[in-house]
Design a protein around this ligand. Sequence first.
Ligand SMILES: [Fe+2]
Ligand SMILES: [Fe+2]
Length: 279
Amino acid sequence: MDPYLIAKDTWILPHVFEAPPAGLVNANSMIIAGKEPVIIDTCPAAVRDAWLEQAWSIVDPQAVRWIFISHDDGDHVGNLEQVIEACPQAKIVTGWFQTGRLLLDHGKELPMPRCMWVNDRDSFEAGDRTLLAVRPPVFDSPTTRGLFDPTTGVYWGSDAFGLFVQEPVQDTADVPESMRWESFQRVGTMMAPWLQWVDPRKYNAHVDSIERLGVEAIATCHGPGFRGSLVNEALRRVRELPLLPPFADPDQAALEGVLAEITSGPAPALAPDPEAAVA
Ligand SMILES: [Fe+2]
Ligand SMILES: [Fe+2]
C-alpha cells in the first residue's frame, strides 16, 4: 500500500501482514510533514527497505526534527536505528523506562544528548504545532504514549483502535460492517488482557479525557484510520472493552489448521529431469 493522508500534512505509512487465522493485520507508522517534520514509530524491521523508501518520499531525512517512539515493541522500533542515523537534526522523543527497555530488550542504545523524555500528558513544540503525549485506553507495553496533534485533531493511538482486516484498506469505513466492530473488540481485548480486571468507571474517565481533546481522526498502528462519525463510534466501542470476555488465544488446534492450510497448497512444479531428456 502507498502512504496516504489522514489529515493535512499527516501521512500514514501502511504495511499489512498475514495473521492467520484472523486475517490481515496492519503495522503502520505516521509522519507529520509540518514545519518541523515528526516521524511517529518506525514499523517492523521486516519491511525496512519499503518503509525507508516510503518515509523519504514524504520527508527529507535531513529536515526531520522529531522521532516519537510510542513504545518499544519491535513493530514500532524496527527501523529506529536507521532513522536516528539518517536524521541527524532529529530529537528522539522517548522516556526513562523506554530508554532502558530499548537497551535491554533490543540492544539499541539511544544517543542521550539527542533524547527528550516526554511522559503521558507532557507536550513538545514541533515548529507550527504543540504535540501532546496521551496514553491510549489500551496498550501492551507500560511505556506507551499516543500522540495528539491539536492542529489537525489527529490522535495516534499506537496499539489501540486496531482491527483485523480481510483486505488492505485506508479507512475503517471500508471494512465491512459485519466484521468491523467484532474485529475491533478482538484486537482490543487481545492487546490488553488486563482489561478484565479494570474498574470501568475509572477506565471511562480516561476515555472521557481523550474525547475532550477534540479528536477528529484516529490513526493506529494496527488498522486503517477512523474519520468522521466513526471517530465517535470508535471511542464509544473502546469503552465496551472492559465488559467483554478476554480474547481467546488461538490454540494448538488453530495452529494445526494453519499448518494444514500451508501444506495443502498446490504441489511445486517439478523441474525437468535431465536424465529423462537424454533417454
Ligand atoms: Fe505493542
Ligand atoms: Fe504494535
